[in-house]
Ligand binder design. Structure first.
Ligand code: C2E
Ligand code: MG
Ligand code: MG
Ligand code: MG
Length: 287
């Protein structure tokens, strides 16, 4: 009957919560040591210029190589480390490692690449963020013009004066700023005017159904037109088919990123992907 069902549902729910709480506890415990044990790794997803078809950037995306659970995606632990404050040392490691990799690829003779790094709100709002960035650039020798920080809309709202000051000081270093997941936050157009950002990353939720949902098509085309008028570049995230890439090209989107081109790859695989792709493009051009 209804009562028995309710009882069963409840027991199932409790059991599942215990599993989740247990795993959450294990994750939290492990996260404290993960940095010193060098268990974090960055994967890189190519960013492709739509006109030339060339890879012009790489977004660094963190993964946690857990000794028992395997490769843990950021969605499972970034919210936890945000809460605990661990995001600060982890975020600094990401920045330093991404800059180091950028220089390693340059030294290996790969084409010039913009390295994009995701920033968390906690990390960005710290007083020492500018110093952290300066140190990462100086210690690695990475060209500031080839570093792009990805900020979410939520970072830019609230405490405006302070954020504005940070943005100004970071821009003076010569690096680029992009707004990640554009369109999903508060999308106050005023910050586009106030903050000197360089790029809008159109959220994948608008890109996924671009071919079938006329509303998404209008939204995406409008964002691209607005960005172009404001002198900002656009990147579409989550491009999963040739048809969507083609449509974005018609809309005059600048860059694309997504599984259709490549999933995020370990650094070595990324370098191979890049060489194979430049070779293929070169062959096409000269043919
Ligand atoms: P994001 O910065 O918006 O990154 C895009 C996410 O979409 C990545 O997931 C990427 O693997 C995924 N993706 C790329 N192309 C496609 C596609 O064609 N289809 C689909 N379905 N997904 C695609 P990932 O690597 O799991 O990262 C999730 C989020 O975790 C990131 O979203 C970012 O907000 C956060 N994150 C990742 N690395 C870092 C980091 O180093 N620091 C901070 N603070 N956050 C990070
Ligand atoms: Mg991002
Ligand atoms: Mg995004
Ligand atoms: Mg995101």
């Amino acid at each position: 009957g209804a009562k028995a069902d309710g009882h069963n549902t409840c027991r199932f729910f409790d059991a599942r919560m215990n599993v989740e709480a247990g795993e959450g506890h294990r994750l939290r415990q492990g996260l404290r040591r993960a940095l010193e044990r060098k268990e974090f790794v960055l994967h890189y997803q190519p960013q492709i210029d739509l006109d030339s078809g060339r890879v012009i950037g790489a977004e660094a995306l963190i993964r946690w190589q857990h000794p028992e659970l395997g490769l843990v995606p950021p969605g499972r632990f970034i919210p936890v480390v945000e809460e605990s404050g661990l995001i600060v040392p982890i975020g600094e490691w990401v920045l330093r490692e991404a800059c180091r990799q950028g220089v390693a690829w340059r030294d290996a003779g790969l084409p010039e690449l913009v390295i994009a790094v995701n920033m968390s709100a906690t990390q960005f709002r710290r007083d020492d963020i500018e110093q952290t960035v300066i140190r990462a650039l100086a210690d690695s020798g990475h060209d500031p013009a080839l570093l792009e920080l990805e900020l979410t809309e939520s970072i830019l709202i609230g405490d405006t004066e302070r954020v504005l000051d940070t943005v100004r000081r970071l821009k003076l270093l010569g690096l680029k700023l992009a707004i990640d997941d554009f369109g999903t936050g508060y999308s106050s157009f005023s910050y586009l005017k106030r903050f000197a950002v360089d790029k809008l990353k159109i959220d994948q939720s608008f890109i996924r159904d671009l071919q079938s949902d006329p509303d998404d098509a209008v939204i995406v085309r409008t964002i691209i037109q607005m960005a172009r008028s404001l002198g900002l570049r656009t990147v579409a995230e989550g491009v999963e088919s040739a048809e969507i890439a083609q449509r974005l090209s018609v809309f005059r989107c600048d860059e694309v990123q997504g599984y259709y081109f490549s999933r995020p790859l370990p650094a070595d695989d990324f370098a191979q992907f890049l060489s194979a792709r430049s070779a293929a493009l070169g062959a096409t051009r000269s043919a």
